[in-house]
Design a protein. Structure first.
Length: 195
């Protein structure tokens, strides 16, 4: 009989982990939607279109820079293979090069923290999910979304619409905490990247 209850509680624990992940995504996307609707109502369609265009370019640069690291980090963290630090360094180098190129091409620096923030969040989310830290994922995900609203609106009213993306990028700094923990747990070993 105790085997039945142990199985039941084990399955219930997995459902709770899934609920943390799912609810943080739903709540976070709701917060983001409200934020972007508010920004759209304040800046008008032309400026919002410019912001959306820059966000699209930043997302492309992130996809290029991250080289699939969120999935890799999730798998490596779950299997306890210590290649996270080399992947992080490689992504930061590629992300920095992408950032410099975009800053030169578009003559803007407001999206620099946004690209680096996307890279940080990819690693942190991959690490948290790989280690099955669903409560920490919930906490960091929601804090980041709340900081998006706070920093985005603050930079909008203090510096103007040109700096909204800078404020959004600053919101990703919350992911430094899991990144620091991830790096401290892993040895720096490039050899394990090669199959």
């Amino acid at each position: 009989m105790t085997g039945f209850f142990n199985d039941y509680w084990g399955k219930l624990e997995k459902v709770k982990e899934l609920a943390h992940i799912g609810s943080s995504e739903i709540i976070g996307r709701g917060i983001s939607a409200i934020f972007w609707f508010y920004i759209a109502s304040q800046v008008g369609p032309e400026i919002f279109g410019q912001l959306s265009f820059i966000l699209g370019i930043v997302s492309f640069a992130d996809a290029f820079s991250s080289i699939g690291t969120q999935n890799s980090v999730t798998v490596y963290a779950a299997k306890k293979i210590h290649v996270v630090s080399p992947l992080y360094i490689i992504s930061i180098i590629i992300g920095s090069i992408s950032t410099i190129i975009l800053a030169i091409v578009f003559n803007r620096i407001d999206f620099v923290p946004l690209i680096l923030g996307y890279i940080l969040s990819n690693f942190a989310i991959g690490y948290l999910l790989g280690k099955r830290f669903s409560k920490k994922f919930f906490k960091f995900s929601l804090i980041q979304k709340i900081l998006t609203v706070v920093f985005g609106i603050a930079t909008f009213y203090i510096f103007g619409y040109e700096w909204i993306l800078f404020g959004v990028g600053l919101s990703f700094l919350i992911f430094i905490f899991p990144i620091r923990q991830m790096i401290s747990e892993n040895n720096f070993n490039f050899k394990e990247l090669i199959p």
